[in-house]
Design a protein. Sequence first.
Length: 103
Amino acid sequence: MIELNYGEKKLILYTKGHYRNKNLMEALRIITAWNFQIPLESTESYHIYDFVLKVFIQLQEKGYVESPYDLMKSFFTLRRPTITFDSIIDMMISDLSLSKAEG
């Protein structure tokens, strides 16, 4: 079993559709700002990327999400023209939404 803090649990619940906010980046900004305890207006894309990546790696190491190699391979199979913070975040969020749940 994996130990997650409150913000990490909120992120996973958001990816599973438990909250009404449909604006992905705004919801991620709010969750990230709360988790890092920084002002919302100071929360940038790299904060969100860092937070989502941290949660993704934790879940991947415990076997809850697929390999990061599959994530990187999907960039090429979906033929994205450029790789940006937002496109990487989108791919990790979609993988988190498919993560297995226990307990």
